[in-house]
Design a protein around this ligand. Structure first.
Ligand SMILES: *Cc1c(COP(=O)(O)O)cnc(C)c1O
Length: 419
């Protein structure tokens, strides 16, 4: 038995999962489970469906919550059928941290501005949640090589889990992807290529390479299981909030897997009967230099056109076009949420402020959610006393930090009164 397997996995048992079938997120067309699928015939994401009455009869929420604190405790509402296909680098629960000083500076009460810090996950980002599931399922379904486009973090998680699963990984990233990401992908055993284009240009190479070489295309939402892994953010949040939920969730939106996944999680929790609370307003946060969802939301459209010349310091949300656009926009609308764009300057300011006043180093994408909260609060859209939850999706340490140090010559006289 691998020592990295989570404690709650019984390797000898056929694990119960309650997957019934898959269906096209756009047309509802049914597909059988336990077969390898990419997009639906309509070219749209497939969603995994479960026998939720069966889940309700099989286990109660207290029993689930009493299991070891990692993502695999949700196994009845996850797709993997056989324990031997589970891979893991230790996907522990992530903490929820209050930014009380930043909140106070905006006139908000302590405990109302919270951050779910996903930077604590394996490979330093919440991409681990999606990729541990997608690659466990790829293994279960007999895949031997995967390819994906990435802005960095997804590639790193894919590389790590594919290596653990013994699956070959070929990764394509824009040539200006943060250096640490490009290097960690290679360090974790994948072949990585820098491409002179954006993530959707890389996606095109994956499609062509998949056709030519038989790679399985693991692009965001182009296979059904990453969203199931990301869904655990919603399950975990509900449990962390005592089976209630915050009033508003701010999510930095690229491909939107996490936002869609959480919205799906809330619907499943309601159907199982584990939550009865009001659902959060979902806010899709984008950067002003790449805001296709914001433009579509403002225009009242269900699909979003490609954003040309996308540019932002928040690499993880530099996604000009998303195949799950309608799922993002549906969730935002159904929840009475909104889509918001923030400037790179506001993102940088938010990162600096959270680190300097509350000691939490956000990644730029996390900073974008704080910038959006500030704006929404200033507009009165987030009201006094409302609890807002921000997503910090990766550790701030993955990004280059400014050097604010000074040098000292230990051989010279030092005037300590000036230090
Ligand atoms: C991938 C990523 C996002 C966007 O997540 P999606 O679910 O694809 O929208 C945001 N922030 C970081 C740090 C990321 O790596």
């Amino acid at each position: 038995m691998s020592r990295s397997l989570p404690l709650n996995v019984n390797l000898t048992a056929e694990r119960p999962t309650f997957v019934s079938h898959l269906e096209c997120g756009l047309t509802g067309e049914r597909y059988e489970a336990d077969a390898l699928h990419g997009l639906s015939n309509a070219g749209r994401p497939l969603l995994v469906r479960y026998d939720l009455a069966g889940v309700a009869a099989a286990i109660d929420r207290a029993e689930m919550a009493a299991r070891p604190r990692d993502l695999w405790r949700w196994r009845e509402v996850l797709p993997v059928r056989r324990a031997e296909n589970i891979i893991s680098l230790g996907e522990a629960d992530t903490p929820v941290i209050a930014l009380d000083k930043v909140a106070g500076a905006a006139g908000a009460s302590a405990g109302t501005l919270l951050v779910k810090d996903e930077g604590r996950l394996p490979t330093g980002s919440f991409k681990a949640r999606g990729l541990v599931m997608a690659i466990s399922m790829a293994k279960e379904l007999g895949v031997t090589s995967i390819a994906m486009p990435t802005n960095g973090n997804a590639g790193a998680a894919a590389a790590a889990y594919a290596t653990q699963a013994g699956i070959e990984a070929i990764i394509f990233c824009p040539d200006d992807t943060p250096e640490i990401n490009v290097r960690e992908i290679a360090a974790q055993g994948a072949r990585v290529y820098r491409v002179n284009g954006l993530i959707d240009d890389c996606g095109k190479l994956v499609r062509e390479g998949a056709a030519a070489n038989g790679w399985f295309d693991l692009s965001t939402l182009k296979e059904p299981y990453r969203i199931e892994g990301k869904k655990t953010m919603g399950l975990e949040l509900a449990e962390q909030f005592g089976w209630e939920l915050p009033d508003v969730i701010f999510y930095p939106t690229g491909g939107g897997t996490g936002l869609i996944g959480m919205w799906k999680a809330f619907a499943e929790l309601q159907a199982i009967g584990w939550i009865a609370c009001k659902l959060p307003r979902m806010v899709a946060v984008q950067a002003e230099g790449c805001a296709p969802m914001v433009r579509a939301w403002e225009a009242g459209e269900r699909h979003a056109a490609r954003w040309e010349d996308a540019a932002t310091i928040a690499a993880g949300i530099r996604v000009p076009q998303a195949v799950g656009d309608f799922l993002i926009l549906d969730a935002v609308r159904e929840s009475n949420g909104r889509a918001m764009a923030v400037s790179d300057a506001a993102i940088q300011q938010a990162v600096d402020d959270a680190a300097r006043s509350d000691g939490l180093l956000l990644c730029p994408e996390g900073g974008a959610t704080l910038a959006a909260w500030r704006q929404a609060r200033a507009e009165g859209w987030v009201k006094d006393g409302e609890t807002a939850l921000l997503f910090n999706c990766a550790t701030g340490l993955k990004y280059p930090l400014p050097d604010a140090s000074q040098t000292l010559d230990r051989h010279a006289a030092i005037d300590f009164t000036r230090l």
